[in-house]
Design a protein around this ligand. Structure first.
Ligand code: GLN
Length: 191
């Protein structure tokens, strides 16, 4: 199994490092050709407006959207979650719209208001979460399963092949969400 990490902007190296720790092959994906060579894709944290623009310029926006609709596993953290949502506020140029949630960007305040919290994630256990200018879910579609919340707000959610977290598991050395995502890929291969 090879898991791709969108390598256009943001903290993709940290995600690759977690995959390496898990002994899973990872590769950075910067063009449509590379996307064909991976079994799932992680969209990292970064700056969602910049990422949206780079997705367009690299020709990756449409291939990711189409694959996502066909069941290709995707995992978005922070800015990655914003890109995967139906709608973001303030809006991005384009959203992938692959998970039925709307999000408010920077809802926990500025960089200086970043914080860490320990969360209980369904079927994963306790994880250390780093929130940096994190988005908040402001609408949750009926098909979306909440795997964790923080102060009553969903912070990990899944809709079939799409997993999102509003924080950065990759920055606390947390490996279990990546392990869970790898399991989603294995299950898809067997289905
Ligand atoms: N606030 C950022 C945005 O709207 C996301 C921050 C992050 O990925 N850490 O793009």
């Amino acid at each position: 199994m090879t898991i791709g990490v969108l390598g256009l902007q943001g903290d993709f190296r940290e995600h690759l490092h977690i995959l390496e720790q898990l002994g899973i092959a990872g590769r950075d994906v910067r063009n449509p050709q590379a996307l064909e060579e991976v079994e799932g894709l992680i969209i990292p944290g970064g700056e969602s407006t910049a990422l949206a623009r780079l997705l367009d310029n690299s020709g990756l926006f449409e291939p990711i959207r189409q694959r996502g609709h066909r069941g290709f596993p995707l995992f978005g953290t922070c800015a990655g979650m914003i890109l995967l949502a139906k709608r973001a506020s303030p809006a991005l140029g384009r959203s992938l719209g692959l998970i039925d949630i709307d999000v408010a960007r920077n809802a926990y305040g500025r960089q200086i208001e970043s914080f860490e919290a320990e969360l209980e994630v369904n079927s994963i256990g306790r994880v250390q979460a780093v929130f940096i200018r994190a988005p908040q879910v402001i609408r949750l579609g009926p098909e979306v399963q909440v795997l964790a919340d923080y102060q009553g707000q969903p912070v990990v959610a899944r809709q079939s092949n799409v997993l999102v977290a509003s924080f950065h598991p990759e920055l606390s050395g947390e490996t279990r969400l990546h392990e869970y995502f790898a399991q989603m890929i294995v299950e898809r291969a067997h289905s």
